[in-house]
Design a protein around this ligand. Structure first.
Ligand SMILES: *Cc1c(COP(=O)(O)O)cnc(C)c1O
Length: 362
């Protein structure tokens, strides 16, 4: 059984030239450039996790019958490493990502990965690619751990071989427009049904969200919002972000984790920060009709989306096939900006870490 201490380190034969890397780091965008290294760890029934390697990033060989290519046995995580003001490197709540990764693994009938191996893999990669941090304001090194079923077998059952990998991508701002508030499209499609995989971070959920997301873009919006599958009435989440609502009496509301919503770590962190601010926080369902009515009456003053990639993003406009409404002034609200600033300051080591959320990598 592999442990974090046993990584084989393969030197990169031809790392990216410094000038090319500097050009990337000055304008990284999101998810389009990658660092020089990757981690790979194998799993088999008889050996468990074995052969942990940090080496040059590159294509991986898969048998064309590998289960992941046919039945989508795949899960992933997303977290960021930050350069702190004192020149160090910090991770934000990586244990929470490790725990969620294993919850996703259980739902997709995949083997769990010990937390020390998950975090050890990230440590190895960040150490190997420590000169891949963007130089732009708000930049970070986005880390993408994932697991795929590699066994060559077309029968339908959980695979008996897997690979866990971690790649890294320097990241600037998630939304290419850099717009202060996003516009969202309410989809007729649904994302997750009760008993389905909505609470697991698996690629299959994203595959199913691509048509509705393309529809949002075609209608001039930035993101898609999904309602619940049973009644098509209750607000669930965006394609890859959780939602929060702020009311004129200072109450903050977010949909409860009913099993069809992805339990965001940003969501959980903001709930804790808001409770500490003394805000009344409700994890409860909220209907589209009520949202529209509350926005019109002025009872609802802000709405924001949150997730690792975009952190906290204000929602300015909401539309479906027949109607459209604006939230507050259509721009970022006060509480949205305050919560965002508090969270970012903790993540970047600029505010005291009173929750034990920050892991320093040196
Ligand atoms: C990853 C993800 C989120 C946000 O989770 P964070 O842990 O905050 O990054 C929200 N919704 C979906 C569908 C996701 O996949």
């Amino acid at each position: 059984m592999a442990t974090a201490a046993q990584f084989t380190r393969l030197p990169h034969p031809a790392p990216t030239a410094a000038a090319d890397r500097a050009a990337v780091l000055a304008d990284p965008g999101f998810g389009k450039c990658f660092s020089d290294h990757m981690v790979c760890i194998d799993w088999s029934e008889d050996k468990g996790w074995h052969n942990p390697v940090i080496g040059p990033r590159g294509p991986i060989a898969l048998d064309p019958a590998a289960s992941v290519l046919h039945y989508a046995q795949e899960i992933f995580e997303g977290l960021k490493a930050y350069r702190t003001a004192d020149g160090g490197i910090a991770l934000f709540r990586p244990e929470a990502n490790a725990a969620r990764f294993n919850a996703s693994a259980r739902r997709l009938a995949m083997p769990e990965l010990p937390e020390d191996l998950f975090i050890g893999a990230i440590r190895e990669l960040v150490a190997a690619d420590s000169d891949w941090f963007p130089t732009v304001e708000g930049g970070s090194l986005y880390l993408r751990p994932f697991m795929i079923a590699t066994e060559a077998f077309l029968g339908v059952r959980p695979a008996k071989e897997y690979k866990f990998l971690v790649i890294a991508s320097p990241a600037g701002n998630y939304f290419k427009s850099g717009a202060p508030a996003v516009s969202i499209w309410i989809s007729d499609y649904t994302r997750a049904a009760p008993g389905g995989t909505g609470a697991a971070k698996c690629g299959g959920n994203y595959a199913a969200s691509l048509v509705p997301t393309a529809e949002a873009f075609a209608n001039g919006h930035d993101q898609v919002l999904f309602l619940d599958a049973a009644e098509h009435k209750w607000i669930e989440e965006l394609g890859g972000m959780n939602l929060f609502f702020v009311f004129s009496d200072g109450t903050l509301r977010t949909p409860a984790l009913t099993g069809t919503i992805l339990p965001g770590i940003t969501r959980d962190s903001l709930l804790q920060l808001a409770r500490e601010e003394g805000l009344t926080v409700q994890e409860d369902r909220y209907s589209l009709d009520q949202w529209r009515a509350d926005a019109a009456s002025g009872h609802l003053v802000e709405t924001f989306a949150c997730g690792t990639a975009a952190v906290v993003t204000p929602v300015g406009k909401v539309a479906d096939r027949t109607s459209e409404f604006t939230i507050g002034s259509g721009g970022p609200g006060q509480l949205t900006q305050k919560l965002r600033a508090r969270l970012v300051a903790i993540q970047r080591g600029e505010a005291p870490d009173t929750h034990g959320w920050v892991t320093r990598l040196g």
